[in-house]
Write a protein that binds this ligand. Structure first.
Ligand code: NAI
Length: 691
């Protein structure tokens, strides 16, 4: 099979990209397109051209393996194919089904006209790989749809539904099937001798654009894209489209593309991309193990997490029953769900119709009778082992015999929970993150007896729910929260030694975390943090800082109390002299001489323990591979994706440095802070996680 199929439909040459699974624009595809276009141009019987994709999709983008190599692509590159399109004399129409993304959409944008299926999605998601579109995407998009739409869509990497693309002028017609519509349009254009519409020559939308438009957008982008390269270069490139002559603007896009392609951020983001795919692979889980179909679900507990988990199922079109202890608690939970949906509708991220459809899939109950038909039950009651064991004993009796019983526990022992049932092979952890309907991570946790089918089911379920799953082993805190203990504890030790909350948060936010560790504590609630800490089993030589307990003692519970590590006016945090006095009191009581702490020390002492504990997690088999740890931290804990996750970052920063930090920490903080044996071995040999 050639990568591009050439056939005639009367006077129209149809070029079909056939490069399964997603019609990526590999070298063979680019060659096939170029040859097909040249042939159509030469053949006298051909009066127009349609470009489309096989198997229900146009093209999902460049070949990711070529992108990942970071090397200069082999000729013909996409821009040469586009040049041939724009130099041609016959109308070229793109017929878009499925997706036209990245390089695929850039190709479509160089056609004279675009016809899409209503269900198609188009967009330029390069930013997610640390890149800017490099084949004229920022230029043609801007000339067709105007700078404001281009800024929003390309800096976010959004996939636009066809109807929106039509509204923006990126697509000319919607048709079912799009190929028929494209053929008709191609014939009409040829018969009428319609002028060929070359997007890169359009100028109406880019004329007289106020510089203020870019200034305002940059201000809006700042909190989201601080520290990143690609989003800013996208803005620069769109601005170039509006201010420079065409050739210079295209050249500028090219320069920015190369700058991004060669940046460490692009490498880190490509690492995350592959790590997320790799995380789906579970060694020992053969192809003969098939996932159980999940047609109905049930959630126990309609609190913060239960409500969000129910929404997650409903959003994926799976009917879900929600169980609560009382009608009152149930009503509270369901109204939380409703107000969340109302919020999404008000923000425009969901249509009223889709919200109603999802809501109709969620049913509330105060008894267990609803469980009989659920294929999976997810428990999200209080974090208390006894309560959970009681709930599981009851679930075991009430749920269908084939049903999987899952717990959303963030720290408790899965085996101890499974032991209260007669089906431990069907018990598993499904650890969602808050807010569950938004956060993309699902940390699945396998117990001693969890069966391969149960694991296969919850891994497949994650994809159905639009989540990224990582499989963890059973231990206190699993992968994510176990590592986090060291990060959180160290922040407080630094406070004792002389740092301030605002210094620590500033340094970590400067590194790229959305929020620093103490701001996060205030958000989650210091009483909650303290309760979790008290539930932990600590080795005898390890200690906690008393700061958290003292804050709680003074009613400084966090944002909900208007004060915690900071004072709050609305959501704005304000450094508070009272907190500093409290911290200084702790230092005094502990006999610690406070000192000026350099920013760099803060960064090392918070991040190196993460890497170190990550190494233990890998060595003990709690994580299957180091890159799974990165997936957990990037998707669940706000670690900046453009730094690749803690393990990737640690390797770049130098594992030997991490070992040094840990050697310094262990004598004062306890044996758990010693360098992980795996880390010491790798640091000594100069090897990386996978060498
Ligand atoms: P929550 O306190 O908001 O909700 C718990 C709900 O369970 C309450 O509405 C309560 O009435 C209900 N409940 C208690 N016993 C029940 C029973 N026997 N039958 C039916 N309903 C019952 O708690 P939250 O924050 O939603 O946490 C739930 C679980 O999720 C905990 O295990 C927690 O560790 C875990 N988790 C929490 C996260 C968070 O950020 N809040 C993140 C990830 C996991």
């Amino acid at each position: 099979m050639p990568a591009v199929n050439y056939r005639l439909e009367g006077e129209v040459a149809v070029l079909t990209i056939a490069n399964p699974p997603v019609n990526a624009l590999s070298l063979a595809v680019r060659e096939g397109l170029l040859q097909g276009l040249q042939r159509a141009e030469q053949e006298r019987a051909v009066r127009a051209v349609v470009v489309t994709g096989a198997d229900g999709t146009f093209a999902a983008g460049a070949d990711i393996n070529e992108v990942a190599s970071g090397l200069v692509l082999q000729s013909p590159i996409t821009r040469e194919v586009q040049a041939q399109m724009e130099a041609g004399t016959k109308p070229i129409v793109a017929a878009i089904e499925g997706v036209a993304l990245g390089g695929g959409f850039e190709l479509a944008l160089a056609c004279h006209f675009r016809v899409a299926a209503a269900s198609a999605r188009v967009g330029l998601p390069e930013v997610k790989l640390g890149l800017i579109p490099g084949a004229g995407g920022t230029q043609r998009f801007t000339r067709l749809a105007g700078p404001q739409a281009a800024l929003e869509a390309i800096t976010s990497g959004a996939h636009l539904p066809a109807a929106r693309a039509l509204e923006l002028g990126l697509v000319d017609e919607l048709a079912e099937p799009p190929l028929a519509g494209a053929l008709a349009l191609a014939r009409r254009a040829a018969a009428e001798g319609r002028p060929l519409r070359i997007a890169s020559d359009l100028s109406e939308r880019i004329r007289d654009v106020s510089p203020e438009l870019f200034a305002a957008f940059r201000r809006r982008l700042e909190p989201k894209a601080r520290g990143q390269l690609a989003p800013w270069r996208i803005v620069d490139s769109i601005e170039a489209a509006c201010t420079l002559p065409k050739e210079a603007a295209f050249a500028r896009e090219r320069e920015y593309f190369i700058e991004c392609r060669d940046s460490p951020q692009r490498q880190a983001l490509v690492h995350v991309f592959f790590a997320e795919r790799e995380a789906r692979k579970i060694p020992g889980l053969g192809a003969q193990v098939s996932a159980l179909p999940i047609r109905r679900a049930a959630v126990i507990g309609a609190g913060t997490m239960g409500a969000g988990i129910a929404m997650t199922f409903a959003n994926a079109g799976i009917p879900v029953s929600v169980l609560e202890l009382s009608g009152e608690a149930l009503e509270r939970g369901l109204s939380l769900v409703r107000s969340n949906y109302d919020g999404s509708v008000a923000r425009g991220s969901l249509t009223r119709e889709r919200a109603e459809r999802a809501l109709a899939l969620i049913q509330g109950w105060t008894g267990y009778q609803a469980l009989g038909t659920a294929d999976i039950v997810i428990e999200a009651v209080f974090e208390d082992l006894k309560v959970k064991q009681q709930v599981f004993a009851r679930l075991d009796q009430e749920a269908a015999p084939h049903a999987i019983l899952a717990t959303n526990t963030s720290t408790l022992d899965i085996d101890a929970i499974a032991a209260s049932t007669s089906r431990p092979e069907r018990v598993v952890g499904t650890h969602f993150f808050s807010p569950a309907n938004v956060m993309r991570l699902l940390e699945n946790v396998r117990g001693k007896h969890t069966s391969p089918q149960t694991i296969a089911t919850v891994m497949a379920l994650a994809r159905t729910l639009g989540k990224i799953a990582v499989l963890a082993g059973n231990c206190d805190g699993f992968i994510g929260n176990r590592m986090l203990m060291f990060y959180g504890a160290q922040a407080e030790f630094l406070l004792e030694e002389g740092a301030t909350p605002e210094q620590i948060d500033r340094v970590m936010e400067g590194f790229g975390f959305a929020m620093g560790p103490l701001a996060v504590r205030d958000l989650a609630g210091n009483d909650v943090g303290l309760a979790i800490r008290k539930g932990r089993r600590l080795p005898p030589d390890e200690r906690w800082s008393p700061i958290l307990e003292r804050l709680v003692g003074e009613g400084r519970l966090g944002q909900k109390a208007g004060k915690g590590f900071y004072r709050y006016e609305g959501r704005t945090r304000i450094p508070d002299a009272e907190v500093l006095a409290l911290i200084e009191g702790v230092s005094r009581d502990l006999g610690i001489q406070r000192r000026q702490i350099p920013d760099e020390e803060i960064l090392d002492r918070l991040l190196h323990p993460l890497v170190n504990e990550g190494a233990r997690v890998v060595e003990e088999g709690i994580a299957i591979r180091a890159s799974d740890v990165d997936v957990v931290y990037v998707n669940g804990y706000g670690f900046p994706a453009y730094k690749g996750g803690p393990m990737y970052w640690g390797r770049q920063a130098g594992l030997a440095r991490v070992v040094q930090t840990m050697r310094r920490l262990a004598p004062t903080h306890g044996a758990r802070w010693r360098p992980a044996p795996l880390l010491e071995r790798l640091a000594a040999s100069g090897k990386g996680w996978n060498d």
